[in-house]
Design a protein around this ligand. Structure first.
Ligand code: FDA
Length: 302
């Protein structure tokens, strides 16, 4: 399992494969977990989710960008997504990754790209979530949030439970709308828990802390054990349903997504779309090698 995870995470960061895959269209089964390659397809998927009582957080796929032109293109695409969310009046907000907007090129360049995006989203009352990436980009991401949140309040971020120091971060961002996740990257032992049991324990602690704090909490997991625990916890502590939501990725555990909606919980699906799908898809395979069956199904259905 460890070796399989490392293998897919290494592939997810392979620059040559990531670039090549942009020209392939959606392949290898990625079409099951990526909602199309353009805005029209994404909006159609969001409308379907909305019709089922599910809101969406839309990710115009892209990460680890090293060329200014590519980062500027990503910014324009995200501005177009914001416009489309507004024009179609769908129930959706934005998820983005700072490395897609040039964090590795220059901090200030990324800051200005983000400012433009947040400004436009703010005009339309659309929330923008900063996804958290690998450890090397974590502090700069928080620095960007600190600067931008001085001017805007439509920003939130993600806390990754595998880091030993995540409780400090959740305390620092206690007034923010936060998504809490287990963590998707490969991090060394001196920074992050490696065992599922330790990660799960810390994950629950973080969720409970933020829920009790009264700020909006997005519990982003496919893990039914965690979801069941949260259901009990919110009941015991009388935490109103409008103070939290469950989130899952597009294409995963659709029955459970709908079941939670049926039980009256707020639910938000993470909707990735675009050509830059390879890294995202490889991380999904790293998390759960059973996801390889998605590939098999796609191949045999052809
Ligand atoms: P995990 O993979 O630990 O699975 C636990 C158990 O749940 C499994 O053993 C199985 O029993 C069950 N299970 C899981 N998937 C299943 C499936 N498909 N079918 C049936 N059973 C299943 N990461 C990050 O570092 N930064 C970020 O910004 C984000 N953002 C983000 C948004 C959203 C909406 C989600 C759902 C996830 C993220 N992540 C993330 C990814 C996250 O950190 C994590 O890697 C994955 O969600 C996988 O962990 P899980 O909590 O889903 O359970």
């Amino acid at each position: 399992m460890g070796l399989t995870r490392d293998f897919f995470i290494t592939l997810s960061q392979n620059q040559a494969l990531n670039s090549a895959a942009k020209r392939w269209g959606l392949k290898l089964g990625a079409q099951s977990v990526v909602a199309g390659t353009n805005i029209e397809e994404m909006i159609a998927s969001v409308k379907k989710l909305n019709a089922q009582g599910i809101s969406a957080t839309v990710d115009n796929l892209g990460e680890f960008v090293y060329e200014r032109e590519e980062a500027l293109k990503a910014k324009e695409e995200i501005l177009a997504v914001i416009q489309a969310i507004h024009d179609h009046q769908v129930d959706a907000h934005i998820s983005l990754k700072p490395t897609q907007l040039g964090l590795d090129i220059s901090y200030n360049f990324c800051l200005e790209n983000l400012r433009e995006i947040i400004e436009k989203a703010n005009q339309y009352g659309i929330f923008v979530n900063f996804d958290t990436e690998d450890y090397g980009h974590l502090q700069p991401t928080f620095d960007l949030i600190d600067e931008l949140s001085a001017d805007y309040n439509n920003i939130g971020t993600v806390i990754q439970a595998y880091f030993y120091h995540s409780m400090e971060n959740i305390k620092k961002y206690k007034d923010f709308r936060l998504r809490i996740v287990k963590g998707a990257y490969k991090e060394p032992e001196h920074l992050a828990y490696q065992d599922k049991k330790d990660i799960d324990e810390n994950y629950i602690k973080l969720i409970e802390y933020h829920l009790l704090n009264g700020k909006f909490t997005s519990i982003a997991t496919h893990d039914h054990h965690i979801i069941n625990h949260v259901k009990q916890f919110v009941k015991q502590h009388n935490i109103p349903k409008d103070k939290f939501e469950f989130q899952m990725l597009y294409g995963f555990r659709k029955d459970l997504q709908l079941q939670l909606v049926k039980e009256g919980f707020h639910f938000c699906t993470y909707v990735p779309f675009g050509n830059d799908w390879f890294g995202y898809f490889m991380r999904r395979l790293a998390e759960r090698p059973q996801n390889l069956s998605l590939i098999a199904k796609q191949i045999f259905n052809k």
